[in-house]
Design a protein around this ligand. Structure first.
Ligand code: NAG
Ligand code: NAG
Ligand code: NAG
Ligand code: NAG
Ligand code: NAG
Length: 201
């Protein structure tokens, strides 16, 4: 009896929590695909691969979330005329959220692209065959963070100088990913406790 109750109550909750935990991973696939594509592009130009920067990735994710409801047009994303990029009034807050500030990000570059369904080959060419290629082929960039939301994918490039490192002098760079991992564990424990509570009833 107890074990059939257990399956009845626990399995759906377990499945739900696995699905919820896996959700961000699907997004990361697209981001990882693009990172691979960009590094292949750089290798073809004899440039070093860009390494992942956690704070830049955080900022890219925040920017993508800001763009997410804007439709793709011929004046958005990689089609934007340089100098007319949208400015988000809460950009300083996004920096704070990602443990960044103006001093350690000013030499970085933020490149948003809008591609319906984030179709992988179009996503890559929106970076390698547009104005953005001029940044991707620049030797001064050494790091990268990628984030996506809906049809929007944002690449943030970082340098290895203090003014573009995206690394604060103090504070550990992977604080955010650790925080989200701890968040996931709590989420799972919450569901587990919930199902045990139901079971005991
Ligand atoms: C990359 O390096 C190889 C070998 O050094 C050379 O043959 C090739 O032309 C270079 N390609 C570019 C794009 O510079
Ligand atoms: C963008 O699209 C509009 C209509 O959809 C068109 O009138 C305009 O010429 C296009 N602009 C560019 C730069 O392609
Ligand atoms: C960029 O993505 C758009 C879709 O929003 C697509 O129409 C366009 O062809 C892409 N540009 C390049 C150079 O791949
Ligand atoms: C980088 O890309 C830009 C724009 O496509 C191009 O003008 C420039 O010659 C490229 N530089 C290198 C080193 O490939
Ligand atoms: C940015 O952070 C660094 C330390 O990480 C600090 O020294 C600097 O004053 C900050 N700059 C601004 C503009 O807040």
């Amino acid at each position: 009896m107890a074990s059939s109750h257990f399956c009845l109550l626990f399995l759906p909750l377990l499945l739900a929590s696995i699905i919820l935990l896996n959700h961000p991973v699907k997004c990361e696939d697209e981001d990882d695909n693009l990172l691979q594509g960009i590094n292949t592009y750089r290798a073809s130009l004899n440039l070093t691969a860009l390494s992942k920067n956690d704070n830049a990735e955080c900022l890219a994710g925040q920017m993508a979330a800001k763009f997410k409801d804007q439709p793709c047009t011929n004046t958005t994303g990689s089609n934007t005329v340089p100098g007319t990029e949208p400015v988000f009034s809460d950009y300083p807050n996004l920096l704070v959220t990602c443990h960044l500030n103006v001093s350690n990000t000013q030499d970085g570059t933020i490149m948003p692209a809008c591609v319906p369904g984030l179709e992988p080959s179009l996503v890559l060419t929106n970076f390698t065959e547009t104005q953005y290629s001029g940044s991707l082929n620049d030797t001064k960039y050494t790091g990268v963070g990628i984030g996506s939301k809906n049809n929007w994918i944002v690449v943030v490039l970082t340098t290895n100088t203090p003014t573009g490192s995206f690394v604060p002098a103090t504070s550990s760079p992977d604080a955010t990913s650790l925080a989200s991992r701890i968040g996931s564990i709590y989420h799972f424990l919450f569901l587990l406790m919930g199902s045990i509570f139901l079971l005991l009833n």
